[in-house]
Write a protein that binds this ligand. Sequence first.
Ligand SMILES: [Fe+2]
Length: 258
Amino acid sequence: MSLNHLTLSILEETGYVVLDSYQQPIDPAEWKNLEYVDWKSSGDTRFAPLASAYGEIECNGFWHFDPPKADKDGVWIDSQVAIAPTLVERVKATGANVGRCRIIELQPNSYADALYNSHLDDNNRLNPEGEGWVLRLFMQLSHNPDSYMVLREDINDPSTETRIALPAGAQLLVDSERMWHSVWHQDPNGEPRYCLITSVESGPDLEKWVWENNPTQRVESAPLDQKTAVEGEIHAQERRAARTAFYGYDPTMVMSEA
Ligand SMILES: [Fe+2]
């Protein structure tokens, strides 16, 4: 949360809101037929960009380009928009300035994997003071009621965790530069999870859309058995510590591009 950017007051307390589920059916071809690119990220993932810095099929942070720019004013990729018109319309309906916009494909993992993969996003690099704080909007596509967005205010404190179930249509707006996040994806058939993830700028248009979608600031965490919680915590923190020792710093603290 920045003192020098315009923010949404509804996110101040918890760093996220859960919105009404999106109920209209979308043909899975809109996400399955897109062009995917390999991109370094946490977990076993691929990404299909819908909007990028300058309209190419790639997922780089916008600050890598010449000229560099903040994570806003993304350029829609014509060939991808042609395949996913409904998804693009959903994002445009927020009215927000959109930066990176892409589908993530995530293979099944464990609770410990999710904690190991948890990170902060880098949404506001080069974002000029006085402009809107960039947030992440998650629109769940595949139906994964047994999968959870795992949010933590403090990655080292399990008591700050909220697990939010991800049935098809689930919609969350997260200050992902403040909230540690990752997904624990479980699927009985071993199928990947698909989600539309968009960088959106805080402002009156986004705020209006949020209020039109019945925002909930605090949801009850999905149940987690004690054994999974304790073993997952120990395993993940061991792996996190080993990674930190390897790099000489915790790479997830310096903010991910994912
Ligand atoms: Fe992220």
